[in-house]
Design a protein. Structure first.
Length: 247
């Protein structure tokens, strides 16, 4: 691809967040909801849900927390959740999309707007930045312990029906048409690959480098958005230099 790496872009901030057990459960809960909402709450007939449930077991996620996430997707318990996407600009004019899952739109909109405002950004109107992103299927296979070089992995991915692949030091990022994600995912698993991620996501057509003097402000914005319990995912058309990210 163009060289943009969603994987690399989040790794500089990922470890600190994922070290918090609650944040791990929050992310898995979102993934459980989305998988069950899309393909049903029965893991026997939903390969994506099986993949997320394996992550939940590996993280020692309590069964009642898993059940709550699945109940949200099926409407059990009487709560109704709505998926909403917010669009805005971060420091330096960087485009950001925020996917939220909420049972209270006013609460969520207020929190998202506040985060943008407090960190030098601005919440925009619907459609203000969406045109800068493409909806893609996205699969990550970690390179650690994997007996496959880049050429072999690329051929296997293309044979499985993928469109393209990006390589980082830590992972292979595989991109598909959204409608082909399930087929590519299943084909790669049949080939014996362990998938770290398999999801529909938004990939930016181009990225804007965050100015050094805005980097901390930008990272604080993304962190506050990501920490919001109503936020499912944050999509960035931006890149922060590693040296600009401070502890």
């Amino acid at each position: 691809m163009s060289g943009h790496s969603k994987w690399h872009n989040i790794q500089g901030r990922k470890n600190a967040q994922d070290s918090k057990r609650g944040k791990i459960f929050q992310k898995i809960s979102r993934d459980l909801y989305q998988a069950a909402k899309t393909g049903g709450a029965d893991p026997d007939g939903n390969a994506q849900l099986r993949l997320v449930m394996e992550k939940a077991r590996a993280a020692n996620m309590p069964k009642d927390v898993v059940k709550r996430a699945l109940d949200k997707a099926t409407g059990a318990g009487g709560q109704k959740f709505e998926e909403i996407t917010y669009e805005g600009y971060g420091p330096g004019g960087t485009a950001i999309m925020v996917a939220a899952l909420t049972d209270n739109k006013n609460r969520t909109a207020s929190a998202i707007r506040s985060a943008f405002t407090h960190h030098g950004g601005a919440l925009g109107a619907s459609g203000s930045v969406a045109f800068m992103f493409n909806r893609r299927g996205y699969i990550v296979i970690l390179r650690d312990g994997l007996d496959a070089d880049e050429d072999t992995m690329l051929m296997d991915a293309l044979d499985a029906g993928a469109d393209d692949m990006n390589t980082t030091d830590d992972a292979f990022e595989i991109y598909t048409d959204p409608t082909q994600l399930a087929a590519v995912r299943d084909a790669l698993q049949e080939k014996g690959f362990d998938l770290d991620t398999a999801e529909i996501t938004m990939i930016p057509e181009n990225v804007t480098k965050v100015p050094s003097d805005k980097a901390k402000q930008y990272v604080n914005l993304i962190d506050e958005l990501s920490d919001n319990d109503d936020v499912s995912d944050v999509y960035e058309a931006a890149e922060v230099a590693d040296e600009d990210i401070t502890e």
